[in-house]
Ligand binder design. Structure first.
Ligand code: ZN
Length: 408
């Protein structure tokens, strides 16, 4: 069997390390009207390129087919806004930005990050494909272009004399199937001494913490620093600094400049050496990860089957994409889980993709009081356990599935 070619370096026949089969789109919650129609499903599998070290899914779904949950924009969390403020504070100072500078952010959302530059009198330009979001941001004083960023947009900005001292792109690298067009665009708008700052989930945390449920069609690429260095070099860009962040289950913040424009910080070589040492450049690490995912699935389904056999009622919490991945990957459906509780008013009344478990409001958990609640959004465990104190006080127990089964 021949595998796909690497979307970065073109190496043919990549090895698939983890295969979930055909899966529904993880964010595509269904309405009751949609229950009569079959859902589109697409292959979901993770492959690893031993040439450029980039982990990637094997089948890319066209961006226009992906369900995009724009409801998220209105709820950019306080923690994210504060995270952005601290970053802006540091960048504005270290780059000595002022009224003659320009900061560009790609996927700028409602301006949650750029607003902090605006507050300092530093000119900004947001770029975001969602027209309603771009208009709302512009109305708030954060000029935003409603465009998909790529070479074309970058060249027209450059032709208009709008090149950037700083480019920000958070949680974009993983989503851009046309990664080369994207990075060529960055190289085009970056001033000779400019920097681009990327934040993207770190594949090392995914592997170490068994975060397999962050693998879905919207996430095309899963980066190590080694793979980012290789990718950037194809566009005359070099990584000059790197930090590990706790945000989004573990991320990298990578600072990039034109090749030769700046001396890399010692952290870059140090982390590259660490990745080599722990095996992140080797397909073996990814095979081991896949084995652990399968073992977790076996243990979880056996545990749930045991509870059902004892007559226990089981619900779940968190109608997020990662929950849809876990339920579908392990075949846990409405025969096992009575409902999925969720705080978002936009989700209640819908159904989980694929497995079609009804989504209900978070209050239902304390009311219906199932014996066990499978916590799908384990990344917010502390917060949710606190919110659901009444359910727990009444004897309800949470089963947290990732990175290993534990009761709370
Ligand atoms: Zn490759």
């Amino acid at each position: 069997m021949t595998g796909p070619a690497c979307r970065n370096c073109g190496t043919p026949n990549l090895e698939t390390v983890l295969d979930f089969g055909d899966m529904p789109l993880a964010n595509a919650l269904l309405t009751s009207d949609q229950l009569d129609a079959p859902e589109p499903r697409y292959p979901l599998a993770l492959a690893f390129c031993s040439t450029c070290y980039l982990a990637q899914i094997t089948h890319v779904v066209a961006p226009e087919l992906l369900f995009r949950d724009y409801a998220y924009f209105s709820s950019v969390s306080d923690a994210m806004v504060e995270h952005a403020r601290l970053l802006v504070d540091r960048v504005a100072r270290s780059r000595e930005l002022g009224p003659d500078s320009l900061v560009v952010e790609i996927a700028s959302n409602d301006g949650y990050l750029l607003q902090h530059y605006v507050n300092r009198g530093i000119p900004v330009l947001g770029i975001d494909p969602a027209r309603n979001i771009a208009e709302a941001a512009t109305a708030r004083g954060i000029p935003t272009l409603a465009e998909f960023f790529g070479v074309e947009v970058a060249e027209s900005l450059r032709a208009a004399g709008r090149t950037a001292d700083v480019v920000h792109a958070n949680n974009v690298l993983a989503h851009a199937p046309d990664i080369h067009g994207f990075l060529a665009g960055i190289a085009t708008i970056l001033k000779p001494a400019g920097i681009a700052v990327f934040e993207t989930p770190y594949v090392r945390d995914l592997v170490d913490r068994l975060e397999f449920d962050t693998i879905y069609h919207e996430h095309v690429f899963y980066y190590s620093l080694s793979s980012i260095v290789e990718l950037m070099s194809r566009h005359g860009l070099a990584v000059v600094d790197v930090e590990r962040l706790a945000i989004h289950g573990g991320s990298l913040r990578v600072t990039v400049a034109h090749d030769g424009a700046a001396t890399p910080a010692p952290a870059v070589a140090a982390l590259l050496a660490e990745e080599e040492r722990i095996g992140l450049r080797s397909v073996e690490s990814f095979r081991g990860f896949a084995d652990r995912v399968h073992a977790l699935g076996d243990e979880l389904t056996a545990t749930l089957a045991g509870l059902k056999a004892e007559g226990k009622s089981i619900a779940a919490y968190g109608a997020a994409a990662k929950g849809a991945v876990l339920l579908n990957a392990f075949g846990i459906d409405a025969g096992t889980i009575d409902f999925v509780a969720d705080r978002s008013p936009h989700k209640a009344g819908r159904f989980m993709p694929g497995v079609r478990i009804p989504v209900v409001s978070a209050d239902r958990l304390a009311e219906a009081r199932p014996d066990v609640c499978l916590l799908l959004t384990w990344n917010f465990a502390d917060e949710i356990l606190e919110q659901q104190a009444a359910y727990r006080a009444a004897g309800g127990r949470f089963l947290i599935p990732v990175p290993e089964l534990r009761w709370a």
